[in-house]
Design a protein around this ligand. Structure first.
Ligand SMILES: [Cu+2]
Length: 287
């Protein structure tokens, strides 16, 4: 019995150490809260549901182990002889149902908000390709003409281990998507060839990019900054080489950049037209 007690104390102290280091580790391994209202609600929801699961685990396994220990054969206990216990059966059906309903209520609220793309102030079409992203600013005033590709910019030498890998290894692109802070931006996610998925963890958004289908997402990012994500649907050999970089600019700065880019694009289109059609200049200046 003494040995057992000693073992129990030892076990308890090991369990205590494990739970302390476990909590530190859990904090390190936990989801990140992100920067948007949605990502924060997702984070809180995750913590709440995880807590409920842990409590259920502790109660169920606790009752199991304590009853096994207290009612063991060596203490002279005989197994009970009964087939049905209606009260117990009803209880173990109703209690989990109530727990599930309790989990559904807060989840439904967050899910509904995630899918609510109403009243967006601007729209960006996100198109997945093997293996890059194309971003198009959906803007009727400019004929939806401003779009660009965003390619991986990590040097080949780093990928081939001939150069030291940087912090942003495989998470950097030549041209990031730029959006304004504090404005509701709707993303229309689709793909050109195979299924990809557009995921920016800090915004709490992730949706499959399916050819022929448009999936909607949205984000309001309060803090300007650079946010990174990845394609999260296995889409071929370079699936790991098509990162997402979103640069969130202060509103005024974004507007200036956007107007500049659109003007540049319009000028470029016109000069192309002039080159391919010499009549264009005379016709347009004549008219
Ligand atoms: Cu992909």
């Amino acid at each position: 019995m003494n040995t057992f007690k000693r073992l129990l104390t030892k076990g308890a102290s090991i369990a205590f150490l494990f739970s302390v280091s476990g909590m530190l580790l859990a904090d390190e391994l936990n989801l990140r809260p992100g920067v948007t209202e949605i990502s924060k609600s997702v984070y809180d929801l995750h913590n709440l549901i995880l807590l409920i699961c842990v409590l259920i685990g502790v109660v169920v396994y606790g009752v199991m182990f304590v009853s096994m220990y207290l009612h063991r054969k060596s203490r002279g206990h005989e197994p009970a002889q009964f087939d049905d216990n209606h009260t117990l059966e009803i209880a173990w059906t109703i209690i989990p149902t109530l727990i599930l309903v309790g989990m559904f209520i807060p989840s439904y609220g967050v899910l509904k908000e995630m899918y609510n793309t109403e009243n967006a102030e601007m729209t960006v079409e996100v198109r997945g390709y093997q293996w890059k992203w194309e971003y198009k600013y959906v803007d009727e005033d400019y004929n939806n003409s401003f779009s660009f590709f965003s390619n991986l910019s990590t040097p080949r030498a780093q990928i081939k281990n001939r150069q030291v890998k940087t912090e942003t290894y495989l998470l950097e692109v030549d041209e990031p998507l730029r959006i304004p802070a504090n404005r509701k931006v709707k993303f229309l996610v689709t793909a050109e060839d195979v299924i990809h998925a557009w995921w920016v963890p800090d915004f709490g958004i992730k949706r499959d990019a399916v050819p022929g289908i448009i999936n909607e997402l949205w984000a309001i990012v309060p803090e300007p900054g650079t946010y990174r994500g990845q394609c999260t649907e296995l889409c071929g050999k370079d699936h790991g080489f098509m990162p997402i970089v979103v640069e969130v600019l202060p509103e005024v700065e974004f507007d200036l950049w956007y107007q500049d880019k659109v003007a540049e694009k319009i000028a470029l289109d016109q000069s192309k037209k002039r080159q391919s059609d010499p009549e264009f200049l005379t016709v347009s200046s004549g008219g």
